[in-house]
Design a protein around this ligand. Structure first.
Ligand SMILES: Cc1cc2nc3c(=O)[nH]c(=O)nc-3n(C[C@H](O)[C@H](O)[C@H](O)COP(=O)(O)OP(=O)(O)OC[C@H]3O[C@@H](n4cnc5c(N)ncnc54)[C@H](O)[C@@H]3O)c2cc1C
Length: 272
């Protein structure tokens, strides 16, 4: 979908026909059922990007790659996005799932946005409270509204400091994550809520490590050897293999710690 008008028309038609809709950003956080998706799948191709170096105002369309956007802000010395250096996926998908790392999330820095609602109506959202950002959640995922444009305002900072932060974060990803191009959707489970207010979340990978998850596999679906919360497709894994493996991982953690792991990867079945 290359224009907001086309998106509006398609969403409006799907709503009248009662067709389920699946919006694809980069597709880096999805697990699609082996039976496929029986509805209207939209791949957003809205790639506009405008950065005003002097004011730090950034207007970006949904399909722009998050890591490319971050790289541009770092190169211009605009401060506040380097935490997300190397984060896979698109700006739209990142805001829909309030993606984040190192204690910060994309929703924290959003200033304004435009969305197209399920009925095809376009709305400019000036008060970002509308999004109800939470850990890996936003109102976009609840309502099926599609984010088409986002605005950020970043202050000028020190280019060298930003470059160091960005390089450090990318290096950490290279050490802990599968290489770009590997078949994976990143961390499979969400981290658990902190035990006490003010404490950090409990990393799902920390619990999974203690139940020997790194040794686990099912067909070609396997736990990544350097990160117990990442599942990879070694070659020809089916969705069923991944679900069997992740059910077994979840069960081990429940049995040992009494903790319920919730998927962070979004499973898409035949009707959404
Ligand atoms: C190696 C690896 C490392 C990762 N590391 C992290 C990490 O550190 N932190 C983190 O949070 N995530 C991480 N992820 C997960 C993923 O990269 C992020 O969640 C990313 O922001 C998803 O963006 P996407 O465009 O690929 O979304 P998609 O996978 O295409 O979609 C995800 C969800 O968002 C919806 N969506 C997509 N675009 C829009 C839109 N424009 N409007 C409304 N809804 C939309 C989709 O319908 C779907 O429900 C990682 C993934 C990989 C593979």
């Amino acid at each position: 979908v290359t224009s907001i008008d086309a998106l509006s028309a398609l969403l409006g038609a799907a709503s009248r026909l009662k067709l389920p809709v699946l919006v694809l950003g980069g597709g880096t956080n999805l697990l699609i059922d082996d039976r496929g998706f029986d509805g209207l799948a939209l791949k957003l191709a809205l790639h506009g990007l405008f950065i005003d170096e002097d004011t730090g105002v950034i207007n970006v369309e949904a399909a722009v790659s998050t890591s490319m956007l971050v790289e541009q802000t770092v190169a211009l010395g605009l401060t506040g996005m380097a935490f997300a250096a190397g984060l896979p996926g698109s700006v739209g998908g990142g805001l829909a799932g309030n993606a984040g790392c190192f204690g910060q999330c994309l929703g924290d820095i959003l200033k304004e946005a435009t969305v197209v609602h399920q009925n095809g109506e376009t709305e400019r959202i000036e008060n970002v409270d509308w999004f109800q950002f939470q850990y890996r959640r936003s109102r976009l995922l609840e309502t099926g509204a599609v984010l088409v444009r986002a605005s950020f305002v970043l202050p000028q900072g020190d280019k060298e400091v930003l470059r160091e932060e960005s390089d450090r974060n990318i290096a950490l990803r290279r050490r802990k994550h599968p290489l770009p191009g590997a078949y994976t959707a990143g961390s499979f489970f969400k981290n658990l809520p902190p035990k006490k207010l003010g404490e950090h979340r409990i990393a799902a990978g920390f619990l999974l490590d203690q139940v020997g998850a790194r040794e686990m596999s099912q067909g070609d679906a396997a736990v990544f050897e350097r990160h117990a919360n990442i599942v990879i497709n070694r070659a020809n894994a089916s969705c069923r293999d991944v679900l069997r493996l992740t059910d077994a991982m979840r069960f081990r953690v429940l049995e040992r710690f009494g903790a319920h792991l919730e998927p962070e990867v979004r499973y898409i079945g035949p009707s959404g």
